[in-house]
Design a protein around this ligand. Structure first.
Ligand SMILES: O=C(O)Cc1cc(O)ccc1O
Ligand SMILES: [Fe+2]
Length: 437
């Protein structure tokens, strides 16, 4: 399978996989070339302001409406939606999990999605859900679209190929991709079983954060985002289309492959991004800045500076701050922090937060470095230090994240997580020096 990408973020792209398939100068010619059907995919209301108006025109072998069956209910018991007001017995707490094992039974990408938390409300299109996915088999004749939100995919183990109606995106650990609401796709495994994290964004789309005084460069640069060129298949055998719609799952049948878009143009499209192209900007004299400096993508809410979701990474970087406690500070946060680790070690946790694992520090719940990390960082000689072999990330939302029953009962949950702070000693002894014995 050969496929390619076009650089840029939010561009007006155009791409055709057969010469002359894309109409020029108009969207709806009376008879599009090759006998294709023209179809608009609207990602924003028709009248949204220019800066947030998103739509693409797809030129396809058959229009999407040509399915052969009515929709019927489909079972996906592990993929939950908000509101989910905590259908479990687990008390409030700081939480951490080891990785979810990859199943032994045949599990494709859609079947392998397990919801950890939900926030907000899928019906009013605010909030998000944090999921993990584990899969060991390709989707062959099954396809999927999510009407409830865009999907930000963070692979952690194994490569994943999204064969979408607008082109093919392959991502491996260290890369991410975003699949817009409504996009039809199937998922193939590049090389064996896969595991990863998924953020389902019910609200306004992810966009690049403003850089403010940082200026025109650094952080995530637009040219490093890659959108696939058109790719299609002409497959005239029965296929299925599974749909997630307002939290419920439905299935219909199609007599052909729905991945039949020969050409498209527009600014509503999937994309991928290599996290190693992120240029972190940080404190170069003293103090530990807020983690918002490492925002890759932000999904705004209606309120300025208050994201529905921030997707934040903790990439390799130099620590140079003088007279500074360099790891994350102890804190309580109005936003809720779901974290995962793609590889390596995270600087606030010496052990217990392992690649593929997860932690949840919910609205206003105290957290920070474990006791061992605190000890080390408080006594470290403050030479410039390279943090290498590390890539953690955070789905941070303005809303509380409600735990699913699956997450509460998952046997990889670490019951003793809070013990990582139990050795934090009293250092106050009434003297300015404190007790550092
Ligand atoms: O809690 C965490 O580990 C994430 C985090 C990192 C950081 O450097 C500052 C604040 C913060 O929430
Ligand atoms: Fe935090």
């Amino acid at each position: 399978m050969s496929f390619s990408y076009m650089p840029g973020f939010g561009n007006d792209f155009e791409t055709e996989s057969l010469p002359g398939a894309l109409p020029q100068g108009r969207n709806s010619p009376q008879r599009p070339a090759y006998g294709l059907y023209a179809e608009q995919l609207s990602g924003s209301p028709f009248t949204a302001p220019r800066g947030t108006n998103e739509r693409s025109w797809l030129y396809r072998i058959r229009p999407s409406v040509r399915h052969t069956a009515r929709f019927a209910a489909f079972a996906q018991p592990h993929w939950k939606s908000a509101p989910n007001n905590g259908d479990h017995e687990l008390a409030l707490g700081q939480l951490r999990w080891d990785p979810v094992p990859i199943p032994n039974v045949e599990t494709d990408f859609v079947a392998g999605i397990r919801t950890m938390t939900t926030a907000g409300d899928v019906f009013t299109q605010v909030g998000m859900a944090a999921h993990v996915f584990v899969a060991n088999t390709d989707m062959v004749d099954d396809h999927f679209f999510n009407a409830d939100g865009e999907l930000l995919v963070v692979p952690q183990e194994g490569g994943v190929r999204f064969v979408t109606e607008m082109g093919v995106i392959e991502v491996t650990p260290g890369e991410i991709c975003v699949l817009p609401r409504g996009l039809v796709f199937k998922v193939e495994l590049v090389d064996g079983p896969v595991r990863g994290y998924l953020c389902e964004n019910y609200g306004a789309k992810f966009t690049l954060p403003d850089r403010g005084p940082i200026g025109a460069n650094c952080l995530a640069n637009p040219r490093d985002f890659k959108t696939p060129a058109a790719w299609f298949e002409e497959k005239e055998t029965p296929c299925r289309l599974i749909v997630k719609w307002c939290g419920a799952f439905h299935v219909t049948e199609i007599g052909h492959s729905p991945l039949d878009v020969v050409a498209w143009h527009g600014n509503y499209a999937p994309y991928k991004y290599d996290l190693s192209t992120y240029s972190p900007v940080g404190a170069i004299l003293f103090d530990h800045p807020d983690p918002s400096i490492f925002t890759v993508l932000t999904a705004p809410s209606g309120e300025e500076g208050t994201a529905n979701i921030d997707f934040v990474i903790f990439p390799p970087r130099w620590l140079v701050a003088e007279d500074t406690f360099r790891p994350p500070w102890y804190h309580r946060n109005i936003m809720s922090e779901f974290m995962g680790l793609i590889h390596g070690q995270y600087d606030a946790k010496e052990e217990g937060f392992v690649p593929g694992g997860m932690s949840l520090h919910n609205m206003m719940l105290a957290h920070g470095p474990d006791a061992t990390g605190f000890e080390k960082a408080s006594r470290a000689e403050l030479k410039p230090q390279k943090l290498d072999n590390t890539m953690a990330f955070m789905f941070e939302t303005r809303f509380p994240q409600m735990l699913t029953r699956y997450a509460a009962e998952l046997d990889t949950r670490q019951d003793n997580y809070i013990d990582c702070w139990s050795d934090l000693k009293k250092r106050f002894n009434g003297t300015p020096e404190g007790d550092w014995s």
